[in-house]
Ligand binder design. Structure first.
Ligand SMILES: [Ca+2]
Length: 412
């Protein structure tokens, strides 16, 4: 029996018989009861909302964001048209290396750094050998200890020697035979322009022997990357180190999250990926424009990570976050709203924001004018969810990733 019918039978309304049709008007007492209930719910909602507002006002925020605008995203057409080319890739050393961000090749062997602070050598595309543990012998094989064990983010061979930039420790020269301990060239504890390095990222060496290297932020560590992205201020720098005099200093400050860097084939300019501004800048190191900076490639489809030479004389760019211009939390929407980014930083663990974004594998090739000439995609992210660096051997592309537990090889 319906509840309304039971009520009617127990408490017949004045002037109505019990046999009257079920349609009826609400009793004033019921109306009053419902009205009171609604008022109470609204009151509770109002109090909760007020408490949330007071909480958000009183809670301090770790970030001090500034408003900025990104140009409307370029259409994904022509050389940027979606395709499935990265899905043809093959995963190597799966679950044997974790977070192989950067890759170097020597005598048929691959070298990379991992999230647990190791530098490893990969032979036959399957055998993994540890070359160095920058945090010491107690490090390696454990996750989440980057500050103690280090996080090698860039590896390059220069004159037969392997050099490594560790986000937490600085720049090293390594003996790949394992005969000598890693030699630290630049420590992140060294102050440059009043700031120590918090997020050492990539390096290059000029013809005169001077190293140039990027400090993504003098404010945020690598593990605070989510806050760095939300704040998006110009706390990054390009620094120099002279191995002859063992001195170092600032080349250029005021950069937005400088990440991967790459010299041109003639070594007359340096490309700098400014990740959170979706662009690559060009810094002239010699010639009439020496010391000047200009935009090389702007309005990129994702946050550029590392830049590397392509077989065609251009550059490959990997996108660790190709997806940051997609989905509800896309940066195009939140960029001009610093107050919203402050609230997000108060309410959400910024490191979890990536999980709200769709996975998308993407690399692009730029020519010497900074134009996109081709792109390779994995829209599903199932084979290649993210790319930090491309190693082009001329026969194949090897893709490193900041957080994937494998390297991907694409025959191209
Ligand atoms: Ca990088």
């Amino acid at each position: 029996m319906a509840q309304t019918e039971r009520i009617r039978q127990r408490r017949p309304l004045r002037g109505q018989s019990q046999d009257q049709p079920t349609s009826r008007k609400s009793h004033p007492q019921e109306k009053s009861f419902l009205s009171n209930c609604c008022k109470q719910i609204l009151y509770i909602d109002g109090v909760l909302f007020l408490m949330l507002v007071i909480y958000l006002m009183l809670k301090s925020t770790p970030v001090d964001p500034e408003a900025y605008r990104l140009p409307p995203p370029r259409p994904w057409t022509g050389p940027l048209a979606e395709n499935n080319k990265l899905q043809q890739g093959k995963r190597l050393v799966e679950n044997k290396v974790f977070g192989p961000e950067s890759l170097a090749l020597k005598n048929g062997r691959l070298y990379t750094g991992t999230v647990d602070g190791k530098v490893v050598e990969i032979s036959n595309e399957k055998d993994v050998k540890v070359v160095a543990r920058l945090g010491g012998s107690t490090c390696g094989d454990t996750m989440g200890e980057e500050e103690r064990c280090g996080r090698p983010l860039a590896v390059r061979f220069i004159d037969e020697k392997l050099y490594v930039m560790d986000a937490f420790f600085g720049l090293y020269q390594l003996d790949i035979t394992g005969g000598n301990l890693p030699k630290q060239l630049v420590s992140t504890k060294t102050s440059h322009g009043g700031h120590t390095m918090k997020f050492a990222n990539d390096f290059e060496q000029l013809d005169n022997g001077t190293f140039l290297f990027s400090d993504t932020s003098h404010k945020w560590h690598m593990t605070q990357n989510g806050l760095l992205v939300l704040e998006n201020k110009a706390c990054g720098r390009l620094l120099w180190y002279d191995p002859e005099t063992k001195t170092s200093g600032v080349v250029k400050d005021g950069l937005y999250s400088p990440n991967g860097i790459q010299l041109s084939p003639k070594k007359d300019f340096l490309l700098i990926a400014e990740s959170t501004r979706y662009r690559i800048s060009k810094y002239y190191v010699k010639g009439p424009k020496a010391g000047k900076t200009e935009i090389f490639s702007d309005n990129l489809p994702g946050m550029p990570d590392n830049i590397s030479p392509s077989r065609n004389g251009g550059y490959w760019v990997g996108f660790a976050l190709a997806n940051s211009r997609m989905g509800p939390m896309k940066m195009d929407v939140v960029a001009p709203l610093p107050w919203l980014r402050k609230i997000v930083a108060k309410l959400v663990d910024p490191t979890s924001l990536v999980s709200y974004m769709p996975q998308y594998g993407l690399i692009i090739e730029l020519n010497q004018k900074g134009e996109i000439v081709q792109s390779l995609h994995d829209p599903s992210g199932k084979v290649v969810p993210s790319v930090s660096e491309v190693l082009d051997t001329g026969d194949a592309l090897y893709l490193g990733s900041y957080h994937s537990p494998f390297i991907v090889k694409v025959d191209l």
